[in-house]
Design a protein around this ligand. Structure first.
Ligand SMILES: Cc1cc2nc3c(=O)[nH]c(=O)nc-3n(C[C@H](O)[C@H](O)[C@H](O)COP(=O)(O)O)c2cc1C
Length: 221
């Protein structure tokens, strides 16, 4: 697939067909992630690729935490405020997402249920956690982001759908416990990966983007 076409076509997938991904394809995707550039080529990313019973245990643990009302405690704090122009985009997107999911604004229960599905990696056959050493600086998060982008574009090239998820980083202690990871590994976020459910309406959502002149300042002369 042509790189620019892949970039333009890719969009988040939030409903998956059950079919598992062959190990060889998963390895190709992870190798693509690993080709990302990084500060002095330190390659600060690590990935925990989960599936099967391990992923089921994680889904259960995250859902239980959320259901019992435990406040999220991510390793990288979630943002709590946004400048107005940015906040407007966030709100617009949330409205689009719930509308696409067929959830009316005032239906709090259905919204909660939709959130629970995030903790389940939207029932994708695989959930990939992005990890990085706690001792590294914020620059490493930039490196991890580049690797994640490679990952999701490579997945797209294989006909797979992905959804990057901060939600699954809400209770990092649970993830480390189940995966047997040391406390030195920060859980950056997760990525749901699987073959898209072609019939699912939620997967038809195409998120908007601001026009070119609103985010590029030109100084060419
Ligand atoms: C760091 C990060 C965290 C995200 N967390 C979530 C999440 O928890 N749940 C979710 O449904 N989507 C999540 N997303 C997906 C975004 O909502 C999505 O990328 C954005 O709306 C643009 O849509 P697109 O990916 O279809 O282009 C996240 C994306 C990023 C980059």
């Amino acid at each position: 697939m042509d790189l620019l076409t892949g970039i333009q076509q890719r969009k988040s997938t939030r409903a998956f067909a059950g079919q598992e991904i062959p190990r060889a394809i998963l390895e190709e995707i992870m190798n693509a992630a690993n080709r990302a550039p990084s500060w002095s080529n330190i390659q600060p990313w690590k990935f925990a690729v989960t599936g099967g019973r391990t992923l089921d245990a994680i889904r259960l643990a995250l859902e239980e935490k959320a259901k019992s009302g435990v406040k999220p405690n991510p390793d990288i704090p979630f943002p709590t405020s946004f400048p107005p122009e940015i906040d407007a985009r966030r709100r617009e997107f949330a409205a689009m997402l719930y509308s696409q999911a067929g959830i009316p604004r005032e239906d709090k229960e259905s919204r909660k249920a939709f959130h629970q599905r995030m903790y389940r990696f939207f029932d994708a056959p695989h959930g990939i956690f992005v990890l990085t050493d706690r001792a590294l600086s914020e620059w490493s998060l930039l490196d991890c982001g580049l690797a994640i982008q490679n990952l999701i574009l490579a997945a797209h090239a294989f006909g797979l759908g992905t959804c990057i998820e901060a939600a699954v980083a809400s209770y990092p202690g649970e993830v480390r416990r189940i995966l047997g990871l040391p406390d030195t590994e920060r859980i950056v976020c997760g990525v749901a990966v699987g073959y898209p459910d072609a019939g699912a309406v939620i997967n038809k959502l195409r998120s908007p983007r601001a026009p070119l002149d609103s985010f590029v300042y030109w100084y060419l002369g």
